[in-house]
Design a protein around this ligand. Structure first.
Ligand SMILES: *[C@@H]1O[C@H](CO)[C@@H](O)[C@H](O)[C@H]1NC(C)=O
Ligand SMILES: *[C@@H]1O[C@H](CO)[C@@H](O)[C@H](O)[C@H]1NC(C)=O
Ligand SMILES: *[C@@H]1O[C@H](CO)[C@@H](O)[C@H](O)[C@H]1NC(C)=O
Ligand SMILES: *[C@@H]1O[C@H](CO)[C@@H](O)[C@H](O)[C@H]1NC(C)=O
Ligand SMILES: *[C@@H]1O[C@H](CO)[C@@H](O)[C@H](O)[C@H]1NC(C)=O
Ligand SMILES: *[C@@H]1O[C@H](CO)[C@@H](O)[C@H](O)[C@H]1NC(C)=O
Ligand SMILES: *[C@@H]1O[C@H](CO)[C@@H](O)[C@H](O)[C@H]1NC(C)=O
Ligand SMILES: *[C@@H]1O[C@H](CO)[C@@H](O)[C@H](O)[C@H]1NC(C)=O
Ligand SMILES: *[C@@H]1O[C@H](CO)[C@@H](O)[C@H](O)[C@H]1NC(C)=O
Length: 526
């Protein structure tokens, strides 16, 4: 997969870009108005430029109804890619849920990642299935609130079920639909939650699922995301961040002199709404999630940021009429160089503002793909990022980043339509009623990463409501040590070159899927 650095990003957007994956705005990520704005600007700049995709696997369409639950008379084409390099008749289908991004960017997973690994081990047919509204599987003419109303978990699950139940694949002889053929459904992150949901909702046609870093617990407020980074990132670096955040919060609220001074220190005097300023300061933290064991797709910028903060010291610096710690001065210097310098003070509300620049959230043409995952956040998933509820817990983000602030991305982006209005707060119960932290089923594997900031929303959450489980073949429950976000998803052409702990999880996945398949009997054989 190309790294985010190859994307078309304007100068000055670098630090913000750290929050975006190669597929731009559509990645699951902390909700942050600046990220949304950056994505909106990027979309506008690149509108009309076709995404250069070089699929190395044949691409097909599958016809889906726009609405599975009431007849609108409309259909759309859902894209999928097929790898038959390991397939032998009678083998299973291993399907990858492409989730909240274009399917064509998932080709490496079909080529050398977990789909190829499992297909190789089982004589399976590998498939990447694009999610409705993403990539080119777009059923509507624009992304207004009304047009987005068929983008929800229930429609997406019904798409996959219809596909598994009814697909015929050009060039593949015989019937490979379920339940005559065993289907193994793999997904990571949001896709991981989808994989778990598919097993629970359609157990008769989804033979087994692997939910990797699956965010099966939806939550309006997600304070664990940044708290996990605080606990697992290098502690000297964390101490510098905690000190800066505390100092900035104090200066912002002490009086107008200190408030203006601290913004000036960061080169951001032009941001008038304080939470926008505080939010921008959290931008470098998103890079924690973008790390990978494979150097070719790793984003090392979290460590660049830490290096810029320097080692622990007790020095102070007096500037702009305030005395600040050297930690804050170094943090300010980093923000200055990566963000502030590229947007003149007079334009900073336009560059970085939320309520001070509502216009930037209002475009609805099909290039505004940032509207898709955000819509899912605002309607069913939540994950509004805040500091920990207990004020005694150290924080690496400002206390100004309330859920009300994060929720501005919802109210500014999705005004009520004629047919649909987003709920006052995300309806997370739609997700959690399927099991949440404790979602479980035979042949549903739960794989998570120990250092993953999303772990708080997975069955491996430290939340006391998440029950500990025993890891068994029929219900695998595995935590990959030191891993961040779905680190089992990608692989190398030469598996022996993967780090040992990645070879181990791949081997374990092959083992349990192979064991599962031994128990498969087509319905006629019952
Ligand atoms: C899939 O459907 C789209 C939209 O109708 C069409 O433009 C495209 O050519 C189709 N692709 C294939 C491989 O059939
Ligand atoms: C494919 O499977 C064979 C054994 O079934 C194994 O020797 C080989 O290493 C596998 N290849 C990959 C790329 O995993
Ligand atoms: C969005 O598309 C619908 C048709 O699907 C159309 O009725 C509506 O006017 C469009 N709105 C905008 C703002 O383009
Ligand atoms: C498969 O297609 C048939 C015929 O269109 C339809 O009735 C059925 O609901 C589809 N299966 C699923 C799971 O949607
Ligand atoms: C501080 O600044 C705010 C916003 O610019 C202003 O409304 C307020 O009157 C100022 N307070 C004082 C004490 O000057
Ligand atoms: C950041 O840039 C601003 C504007 O150029 C400057 O006033 C401020 O001192 C700089 N801060 C640091 C820590 O270098
Ligand atoms: C502040 O930290 C930087 C980076 O570690 C260091 O180079 C600088 O000397 C420190 N400043 C003071 C006043 O100690
Ligand atoms: C900072 O000050 C504390 C308390 O005065 C002291 O324990 C610590 O060693 C100092 N740290 C450094 C890096 O000088
Ligand atoms: C969860 O249970 C496993 C054994 O089933 C045990 O090894 C592990 O320490 C437990 N974890 C926690 C956090 O209690």
């Amino acid at each position: 997969m190309p790294s985010f650095k190859s994307g078309v990003l304007g100068v000055g957007a670098l630090a913000l870009a750290l929050l975006l994956r190669s597929d731009g705005a559509e990645a699951i990520r902390p909700v942050n108005p600046q990220v949304v704005k950056l994505a909106a600007k990027k979309a506008t700049r690149t509108a009309g430029h076709a995404k250069r995709a070089t699929p190395t696997f044949p691409l097909y369409n599958f016809t889906q109804p726009l609405d599975h639950f009431s007849d609108t008379g409309f259909t759309f084409q859902q894209r999928y890619w097929v790898s038959d390099r390991h397939y032998k008749p009678g083998g299973p289908v291993i399907v990858f849920e492409a989730g909240e991004g274009p399917g064509d960017e998932r080709m490496p997973i079909l080529d050398t990642g977990i789909i190829d690994i499992l297909a190789n081990a089982t004589n399976g047919l590998g498939i990447v299935l694009e999610h409705r509204y993403y990539g080119k599987s777009v059923p509507v003419l624009n992304f207004t609130t009304d047009s987005l109303r068929w983008l929800n978990n229930e429609q997406a699950a019904a798409d996959s079920a219809n596909f598994i139940d009814n697909v015929t694949i050009p060039g593949i002889k015989g019937d490979i639909t379920a339940p005559g053929t065993p289907w193994i459904y793999y997904g990571g992150s949001y896709g991981g939650a989808r994989a778990a949901h598919m097993r629970v909702l359609y157990p008769d046609i989804v033979f087994g699922s692997i939910s990797s870093s699956g965010v099966t617990h939806a939550t309006v407020v997600d304070w664990r995301y940044f708290d996990i980074i605080r606990q697992y990132a290098p502690q000297d670096c964390v101490a510098r961040i905690v000190q800066t955040v505390d100092e900035v919060d104090t200066l912002l609220t002490r009086n107008n002199h200190t408030r203006n001074a601290i913004k000036a220190v960061f080169g951001l005097s032009g941001i008038s709404y304080d939470p926008d300023f505080a939010s921008l300061l959290s931008s470098p933290l998103g890079a924690w999630q973008n790390r990978n064991w494979d150097p070719a797709i790793d984003d090392p910028s979290f460590f660049d940021f830490c290096e810029a903060l320097g080692p622990l010291d007790n020095a102070t610096v007096t500037t702009h009429g305030v005395t600040i710690s050297n930690a804050t001065a170094q943090y300010a210097n980093y923000i200055n160089q990566t963000i502030s310098l590229d947007c003149p003070v007079a334009q900073q509300d336009e560059c970085f503002g939320s309520i001070t620049d509502p216009e930037s959230f209002s475009q609805t043409d099909l290039s505004q793909t940032w509207r898709l995952w955000n819509f899912q956040v605002c309607t069913q998933w939540g994950f509004l990022m805040t500091p920990p509820p207990d004020p005694a817990t150290p924080r690496i983000i400002s206390k100004l980043l309330t859920k009300e602030y994060a929720h501005l991305t919802c109210t500014l982006s999705y005004p009520p339509g004629e047919h649909f209005a987003i709920p006052a707060w995300p309806n997370v119960e739609d997700v959690n009623k399927l099991g949440g932290y404790n979602i479980a089923y035979d042949r549903l594997a739960i794989i998570d990463g120990e250092d993953d900031p999303w772990r708080g929303d997975t069955p491996h959450s430290p939340d006391p409501r998440a029950h500990n489980r025993t890891d068994t073949t029929i219900r695998p429950f595995k935590l990959i040590p030191t891993a961040v976000h779905h680190w089992d998803e990608n692989g190398l052409a030469d598996p022996s070159a993967e780090p040992d702990f990645i070879q181990t999880i791949h081997h374990q996945e092959v083992t349990f899927v192979t064991e599962w398949l031994k128990g498969f009997k087509p319905p006629s054989a019952h």
